[in-house]
Structures are given as C-alpha cells and as structure tokens.
Design a protein around this ligand. Structure first.
Ligand code: DC
Length: 219
C-alpha cells in the first residue's frame, strides 16, 4: 500500500525543511507543491501572461514537465529551485495560485505523483483536497514574526538583498490571500495534527511527526 503524508500550513512555518527530513526517515519522495505553483508563476510572468490570461496559461502548463530530484523542482529538465524562490516570485505567486483552473491542473499532477510513489507533500490544500484520504496529516503554524525571521535568515544566507519588514508584510499579505481565497483556501483538515512550531527547533518538530507516523503505521 502506498504511503502519502500531507503537511499544510502558512508560508515560513517550516514545512519544507521538516518534510525533507521526514522524507529521508521514511524513504518518501518529497513533493513541494508550492514550487509547482511558483513555476507556473515564473513561466507565465516570463511570457507576459497575467493571472487573468487563463486559457493561455493552461495551454502553457501542458508544455511543462515537472519532476523532483533531490528535493528540487526540475522544469523541462532544468533545476529552477533558485529562480522560483526569489522575492519577485513570492510577490506574484498567490495571484496565480488562486485561479481555479490552474489549481485543477496542478492537483491532478500531484495526485498522479502520489499514485506512482510513496510521497510527503507540503502545501496549503494537501490534507483537505489533494490527499484527502491520507492517514497522515499535519498542520504546522508559527507566529508571522517568527516565520518572517526564518525567511529573512534564509535569504541573507543566500546573499539576497532583503528587509525583515518587507518580508513580514509579504507573509501577512500571503496568509490573508491564501486563507481567504474562494478555491481550496489554506485550512487545517479536521483530521490533521496541528503543531505550533514557534520556539521549537527543527528536530523537535520532525521527531513529533515521525513518532505520530510510526504510531499509526504500527496500529
Ligand atoms: O509554500 P510556498 O510559499 O512555496 O507556496 C507558494 C504559493 O503557492 C503560496 O502563495 C500558496 C500557494 N500554494 C497553494 O495555493 N497551494 C499549495 N498546495 C501550495 C502552495
């Protein structure tokens, strides 16, 4: 039987760092669904397509081959992980991710991946939509200030010019957009285990998740 683990939560809650560690422990493929939305935003933006140019974007998505290798997203054979995590993409991605038709295309791709491989997926709608039947669902949170601090340090470490206040503003705006959009908003699934990661280190959160998975696997 295939194992699928769902991790949802707002930007900067530590989802991807933790999902990668849990993936290693259980030999799962890590699928970063935010990276898939970011790739669509990247290519659309490069081609001058605004979120309202729906039909052109849908045609464009059909030409994109996405897969994950060593936790990075490859788009038509090219590793685009650095490009899609630049501040410019942060500022435009929500508006593409709120389009119903774009979500339908990407959810379909994500479900196909979960049929082929044992996966751990992170995102906003994994427990509520993409992997609705998963037995392993987690919802990570942390205060906006702590999440902004984490993103700030991450960008600084990559020598990317940024300001803490701008990042905090962007996080608060994205929380609002992601949780109030009409289609598949950011929401904890009723059967998800919620973990507030404020003040916890990465290993503590990873251990909590691994313990919970082991408990259910051994039932
Ligand atoms: O997790 P992230 O910050 O890389 O996500 C980028 C954007 O994509 C974010 O604004 C929310 C959106 N997203 C989504 O709507 N559904 C997902 N499953 C994953 C991300």
């Amino acid at each position: 039987m295939r194992i699928s683990v769902a991790i949802d939560g707002p930007a900067g809650a530590g989802k991807s760092t933790i999902a990668k560690l849990v993936a290693k422990k259980f030999n799962l493929m890590y699928i970063n669904t935010g990276a898939m939305y970011r790739s669509v935003a990247l290519v659309a933006d490069k081609n001058g397509l605004k979120p309202e140019n729906k039909s052109e974007i849908l045609k464009m998505i059909k030409t994109l081959e996405m897969h994950f290798e060593n936790d990075d997203l490859y788009l038509n054979g090219k590793n685009v992980q650095d490009e899609i995590t630049m501040p410019h993409i942060n500022s435009i991605v929500s508006s593409y991710a709120s389009i119903k038709e774009i979500r339908e295309e990407l959810v379909e791709l994500q479900r196909e991946m979960s049929k082929k491989f044992d996966v751990i997926m992170d995102g906003r709608d994994i427990g509520t939509v993409v992997l609705k039947d998963s037995k392993f669902k987690f919802f990570l949170t942390a205060t906006p200030e702590e999440r902004a601090e984490r993103r700030f340090k991450e960008l600084k470490a990559r020598n990317i010019e940024c300001s803490y206040n701008e990042i905090l503003k962007d996080i608060i705006r994205r929380d609002y957009e992601d949780s109030t959009r009409a289609i598949d908003p950011l929401k904890k699934a009723e059967d998800a285990v919620e973990i507030d990661t404020t003040g916890l280190d990465i290993n503590e959160v990873t251990d909590k998740i691994c313990d919970e998975i082991n408990l259910k696997l051994n039932k």
